[in-house]
Design a protein around this ligand. Sequence first.
Ligand SMILES: C[S@@+](CC[C@H](N)C(=O)[O-])C[C@H]1O[C@@H](n2cnc3c(N)ncnc32)[C@H](O)[C@@H]1O
Length: 287
Amino acid sequence: MSQTLSHSAHLQAAPTDPRLLYCDLMKKVLTRHAFGETWKRYQPRPGTLRSAAYESGRWLLNRGGLELVLRSQYDPQARAEGRDWPADAETMIGLQRLDNLQDCLTDVIEDGVPGDMIETGVWRGGAVIFMRALLKAYGVDDRTVWVADSFRGLPKPDPSRREDTEDALWKEHQLAIPLEQVKANFQRYGLLDEQVQFLPGWFADTLPTAPLDRIAVMRLDGDLYDSTMVALRSLYPKLSPGGYVIIDDYHSVRGCKQAVDDFRAEHGITSELRQVDWTCRYWRRTA
Ligand SMILES: C[S@@+](CC[C@H](N)C(=O)[O-])C[C@H]1O[C@@H](n2cnc3c(N)ncnc32)[C@H](O)[C@@H]1O
């Protein structure tokens, strides 16, 4: 990690520090790495015949207090590396990317880098819940965690953007998590308070006018070229020197990488793009 200790080094230096123990537990719970996932609720794609048939017979299940579930193949290695879409966990980014988030947050706190934290593309909210947990553990009460998402999945990409049309992620109903569910997930950990602010809507509508002045850590996880580019254009000018930009999907999503490469070239950014894991990259703003 940067100039300060990495999270694992922190652990070695102070293995009984309750802040680190709490963060460690939160990471294992938010990913479900601590106890795995053995089943997932059966949810046919909305709007399909199968879904209509299932919904019409649901009363029978309800009457018996039953739920239809599917057995889930849980692979602890894939989960740690953020390579699967969890059935129940609040985040899909895995343990290494949560370690990196922890390192970035503790760096800016310890170095006094001013600003808030934001994630653009939160899904069930696990990474932003972790940000709020860490601020609480470190007694930081003057920074806000901003939670930006449509809360209805990815937008349909611009058809001329070939990088973004390949994956058809906008059709994935599993990526559409309503705002109320994300709030409930924060609540589950006792972390929904005034230091958490929501920016519901498409990034193109919310980010350019988002009412945050300074940013210390911006984590981008919107997958698409346009989702990544609008976040960089809107938020990077507010990033403090010494602040971090984290790009979740740099190596796994072509449009995301292209947007980052284009933005860095346009702005002459030469700060080293550092590797977190098989896909995530980050850099620290120097000036
Ligand atoms: C891969 S998920 C994020 C995973 C999450 N960071 C985690 O911790 O598991 C991508 C999210 O980005 C959101 N998203 C992508 N593009 C968007 C856009 N242009 N406007 C609003 N939300 C967007 C989707 O709704 C989805 O929740």
